[in-house]
Design a protein around this ligand. Sequence first.
Ligand SMILES: NC(=O)c1ccc[n+]([C@@H]2O[C@H](COP(=O)([O-])OP(=O)(O)OC[C@H]3O[C@@H](n4cnc5c(N)ncnc54)[C@H](OP(=O)(O)O)[C@@H]3O)[C@@H](O)[C@H]2O)c1
Length: 294
Amino acid sequence: MRNLILGASGQIGTEIHRILSKNGEDVVATSLSGSSKRKIGALDITEFSSVEKIIAEYKPDIVFNAAAFTMADQAESPDGIRQALLINAAAGTFLAKCCARRCVKLVHFSSSYVFDGRLDRPYCEKDHPNPISVYGSSKLAGDIGVLNASDRHLLIRTCGVYGQAAIERGNGSFVEAILRKIESGIDFGVITTQKSNLAYAADVAEAVIDLAKGGGGIVNFANSGCATWFDFASWIRKEIGSGAYPFQIGHYNSAAARPCNGELDLSRAAIVAPHQLRPWQDALADYLANRKRA
Ligand SMILES: NC(=O)c1ccc[n+]([C@@H]2O[C@H](COP(=O)([O-])OP(=O)(O)OC[C@H]3O[C@@H](n4cnc5c(N)ncnc54)[C@H](OP(=O)(O)O)[C@@H]3O)[C@@H](O)[C@H]2O)c1
C-alpha cells in the first residue's frame, strides 16, 4: 500500500506518519513547511497543480489529509477567513475530486465545530451541521466537497485533539495550555459551559489507519467519555499532582464562537472500527506520563 500523508507535521499527521513508518509501509509525508530531519516534504495543498502532480506521480492507494487551518480564533480575521476557506474548503474539495478521479481513497479529518452545539444529546454522523464560526463553516464546506466526490472517501469527525506534535510546533492544544498555566501558577479561569470529547492524536491515528481499510462515509472518532473543559483541567491538575489550584470557573473570551455541546456520539465507530478508543482518562494519563517537552 502506498500512503500519502498531507499535514504530516501536525498532531494527527505526525502520529499517522510514525505508525505507518514503524509498520514498514510505503509512505510519502508532506506538510506546508516540510522537515528534512523528519523526512517530510514541503507541499502547499492550496497549490492545486502540486497536489495533482504528487498524486499522479506517487500513485498512492490512500491519502490521509490531516492538513488544515486549525486556528479557530485567527480564522475570524479577514486574512484568517481567506486562509481557512482556501485550505479547509477549497483545497479539501479539490483534493477529494482529484483522488476520486484517480480511484484513490481519501481519509479526511473534520471537526465537531461543524455543529452549533444546541442539541441536548451527543452529535451523531447524520445530524444536521450548522456551524457558528468561520473555522466550522470552512470545515463543513470541505466535508461537503469530500462527501460529494466519492462514497469511498472516509470523513473522520473529531474534537479536542492533543498530541506530542503540538509541543514541538509550539501551537499548543487545550491540554498543553492548561499544563502551562498550572505550572505558571498564575490565576486563570476555565469554563464549565462547554463540553467536549478529547482525542489523543496517537489513539485516533492508530484506529483510523485500521478503519481506512473499510468503507467510506462519516465516522465520529474520539476517546470515549465527555466532560466540560473545567473538569478536564481539574483532572489534569490532580493527575500531575500539582498542589497549586490557580483556576476557577471562568469565561473564555474568544474571537470564534464554540459549540456549548461539542460531544460526538461514538456509537458508529463502535460498530465499524476494528478497535475502540480507550476512555479519555486513560489516554490523557498515558500522554501526561510520556510527553516530551520541546
Ligand atoms: N486540533 C483539534 O483540536 C482538532 C479538533 C477537531 C478536528 N481537528 C481536525 O483534525 C485535523 C488535524 O488537526 P491537527 O490538530 O492535527 O492539526 P495541526 O496540528 O494544527 O497541524 C496542521 C497541519 O496542516 C499543515 N498545513 C497547514 N496549512 C497547510 C497548507 N496550506 N498546505 C499543506 N499543509 C498545511 C501544517 O503544516 P506545517 O506544520 O508545515 O505548517 C500541519 O502539518 C484537521 O483537519 C483539523 O481540522 C482538529
